[in-house]
Design a protein around this ligand. Structure first.
Ligand code: ZN
Length: 228
């Protein structure tokens, strides 16, 4: 797979969540034409203007698109892509949530990335990509605040293992005794390049591998590099 004369760095992730992500949201500040965000639907590939601020991210996560391939609930397709699929449900991956008490969240952030801002008061996205994945997150606490990023560090900071993705919004609640932070999110993985679930759905629909690669890696072409 080549683009602009170069061999493509064909990255992929489990589930884009509806729109794939650009390289610079997750790694260094550079972008590649073949890793441009696309909607997880061939017919609406360029229909990607859904996120960009906290309000639209919330809307994107709460009212997920139904036309995108990785919204599938087809067990046969999912079990082909995911190991130990039985441990998770589709909803867990395309749209998911995780709930912490304020103390748990404060402790996690301190332990996982060594940031101590006092007790966590809020988590505010500062910058996000087209898929809704947050690349810079402001952690606001009782003693100060700290902006962290990029995507991978945010996922590490907010989970004992890894948060499924950095495309999420936060809802705070209080049950009279305990304060809770619930993270509602979209997708699994960095979301850059090919969406594995989406590609499996495309294959099931009868698209060829060239059509699948051309969709998830726009501005690329399959070329013979060397005859064996
Ligand atoms: Zn997808």
């Amino acid at each position: 797979l080549k683009s602009g004369g170069e061999v493509c760095d064909a990255r992929f992730s489990k589930c884009c969540g509806g729109i794939s992500e650009k390289f610079s949201t997750c790694w260094t500040d550079e972008d590649y034409a073949y890793l441009s965000p696309v909607r997880c639907n061939v017919d609406r590939a360029n229909d990607i203007n859904y996120t960009g601020d906290a309000m639209s991210l919330k809307e994107w996560v709460r009212n997920p698109p139904t036309d995108v391939y990785c919204a599938t609930k087809d067990y046969a397709i999912l079990s082909r892509v995911l190991k130990a699929y039985d441990q998770r449900t589709t909803e867990d991956m395309f749209r998911w949530s995780v709930k912490y008490t304020r103390e748990e969240l404060t402790q996690l952030i301190k332990e996982k990335i060594g940031v101590d801002v006092g007790k966590v008061v809020d988590l505010r996205p500062v910058q996000m990509g087209k898929s809704g994945r947050i690349s810079r997150l402001d952690i606001i606490g009782t003693l100060g605040h700290k902006v962290i990023g990029k995507e991978l560090l945010i996922r590490k900071a907010l989970s004992k293992t890894h948060l499924l993705s950095s495309a999420f919004y936060v809802e705070k609640s209080f049950d009279g005794q305990t304060e809770y932070f619930t993270l509602y999110g979209a997708g699994w993985g960095h979301g850059v390049g090919l969406c594995q679930v989406g590609a499996a759905v495309m294959a099931e629909k009868g698209f060829s591998y060239t059509e699948i690669l051309n969709h998830y890696y726009p501005n690329s072409e399959i070329k013979l590099i060397r005859k064996l």
